[in-house]
Design a binder for this molecule. Sequence first.
Ligand code: AMP
Ligand code: MN
Ligand code: MN
Length: 331
Amino acid sequence: MSSYPTAPDWSGAVAALHQADSVLLIAHVTPDADALGSALALGLALKSLGKKVQVSVGEPDFQVPSSLNFLPGLDLVVTPEQADSADVVVVCDTSSSERLGVLADFVSASAISIAIDHHPTFNGFGTIHIIDPESPATAALALKLIDLLDVTLTRDIASAIYAGLATDTGSFKFQSTTSETLRTAARLFDAGIQHSDLARKLFDDEPFDALRVLGVALERAVLVPTAVGGRGLVYTTVSSYDRGELPELAMERVIDTLRRTTEAEVAAVFKQTDEGVWKGSLRSKTSINVGEVAGSLGGGGHKYAAGYTGTSDVDQMVIDLISELDRAAGA
Ligand code: AMP
Ligand code: MN
Ligand code: MN
């Protein structure tokens, strides 16, 4: 059962997609495997039904990041500049219209727009809603929609779904993983996915330079045992100078190492974009809802994984984060 006030409108989405001749699928800006994998899986399914399909991301001149360039169906991807208007727009894994980037107007101008998402902070854009914060990944919702469309689960579709499911569950380690999630994964195995190959490309494959920057970030990490009402915060920064020629997405996994810190309930990584703005990534373990903390700092996310974009220098962002975390801890 969904905890979102509006039950997913499966029949509305299926009817709209069956009637459409053309569909534009959109993943959130700086897409992860859940956003892009869901859009590609649905795109492949709709293409098999004879629809004209495009997949895009609202970043000017969007190119698929090298960390995701093994996903199936990438020939469906177009830049936002190349995106044609479509009968139906489907938005995947995107909690707010800000994360649609330059495609936001495209969505609001579309007569039918389906939002498929699992963020508790989903803020209501779109005309048809499939929102389930209990779902471990948008990819799980995309798979259900594909089933309802009566499309056969091919290996390519299953691989794109698996990429999203494995990513958002932290390889089936996070609290959101249920026995049903594992049954879904088993079904994807049965559809012929190469799970160890996918897992290596998703989690265990990085440019040497990215590992060196990880080393720099860990070296300068700060542990604040008194923060979070005494439960501890560990944080670090990665400037655009540290990153050098590497893309912003190459720094996504710094948080995965930092969050292992025993002495900290919350881990934070502040990453500077090419434009010089700082983005905060937050992770918590058991007791702090970082989605709410990120929400009060202008971002959003899930209970144990969230993010936001800063409006000040990074030193002030650390101060503001510590005060929000203390408030969330009731300190
Ligand atoms: P990240 O730390 O970038 O991997 O993001 C963790 C989670 O927080 C993801 O589920 C994102 O969808 C969400 N998130 C990250 N940044 C933002 C933001 N600026 N606004 C809303 N949600 C965000
Ligand atoms: Mn996402
Ligand atoms: Mn997701």
